[in-house]
Design a protein around this ligand. Structure first.
Ligand code: ATR
Length: 273
């Protein structure tokens, strides 16, 4: 019998995680079966318990349950504690472990796959929701010169900065801004962690925000978002979140199985479809 894993979310039918993890299992010769669990909004904890009772070894958690997965976890990694978010649950006999691999997935895609140096650079992170909490710590770990958090609702950006000032050893580069305040500012790396692209919108960025050679990264994958089109027209290099998706999955696979799959071929394959 293979060991059982799944992704849990709402919606979840479109998830590429089963394809990615099946490929990892094949590549690393791990006896793993990976499925999909849809949970009604009020039934996340019950569905997770049912999956565990049926012998499930671990779950990837996607929207909108990462915060509830954090609460469900009985032991959490330091990076999950920092992010207040869990996307990887591991079920042991007597304890539920919680981890988050989103931030390391983004940073690995930026630094290893896209060869983008973050140390000493000016980074703009747009959005102050769960996606930004997930990646802020690992971005600060890279010691950027600045990490500006921009959000429509600036109070949420300020709250995020305040949180990471308390929990991260290197919060000095952090500051919060509204989009209107960005006029005249210039960045080397601009990351879109808002959900705006999913509805065909983009944050209200001013012209001239990208320095020459800048990278514009959208965590949304599989489409050219308005932000990516804007960045391209402004002369920036663009990337979608396909690489982050595969890298966070590889880190989860490593958490569960202790082996690290190759990611390059799969990222290239997913970019083609
Ligand atoms: P998640 O936890 O998935 O990040 P969320 O907590 O709902 O989702 O956060 C979504 C983020 O996208 C927020 O930062 C939101 O900005 P507000 O906090 O001001 O609402 C941002 N967002 C969504 N649509 C947007 C748009 N059209 N323009 C700019 N920001 C947008």
């Amino acid at each position: 019998m293979p060991d059982l894993y799944a992704v849990i979310g709402n919606p979840v039918a479109h998830s590429k995680s089963p394809l990615i993890h099946s490929e990892f299992a094949r590549e690393t010769a791990q006896d793993v079966s990976y499925g999909v669990v849809f949970a009604e909004i009020d039934a996340f904890e019950a569905e997770a318990a049912r999956f565990r009772a049926a012998g499930g070894r671990g779950l990837n958690v996607t929207v909108p349950f990462k915060h509830r997965a954090f609460a469900l976890s009985q032991k959490r990694t330091p990076r999950a504690e920092q992010a207040l978010s869990v996307n990887t649950l591991a079920f042991a006999d007597d304890v539920i472990y919680g981890d988050t691999t989103d931030g390391v997935g983004l940073v690995r895609d930026l630094t290893s796959n896209l060869q983008c140096v973050l140390r000493g650079r000016r980074v703009l992170l747009m959005g102050a929701g769960g996606a930004s909490y997930g990646v802020c710590g690992p971005l600060l770990d890279q010691m950027p010169a600045r990490l500006v958090i921009a959000n429509r609702t600036v109070e949420k950006a300020a709250a995020l900065c305040e949180h990471f000032s308390r929990v991260h050893p290197n919060p000095a580069p952090l500051s919060a801004m509204q989009y209107e305040g960005l006029a005249g500012e210039c960045f080397d790396v601009v990351i879109n962690a808002t959900s705006a692209g999913l509805t065909g919108e983009m944050p209200a960025l001013p012209d001239g925000i990208f320095d020459s050679g800048a990278l514009a990264y959208d965590m949304v994958y599989g489409r050219i978002t308005p932000f990516m089109a804007f960045a391209d027209a402004q002369g920036a290099t663009t990337a979608d979140g396909t690489g982050m998706l595969v890298e966070q999955a590889a880190e989860s696979f490593h958490v569960w199985r202790g082996v690290r799959p190759d990611t390059a071929a799969l990222i290239a394959q997913l970019r083609r479809v």
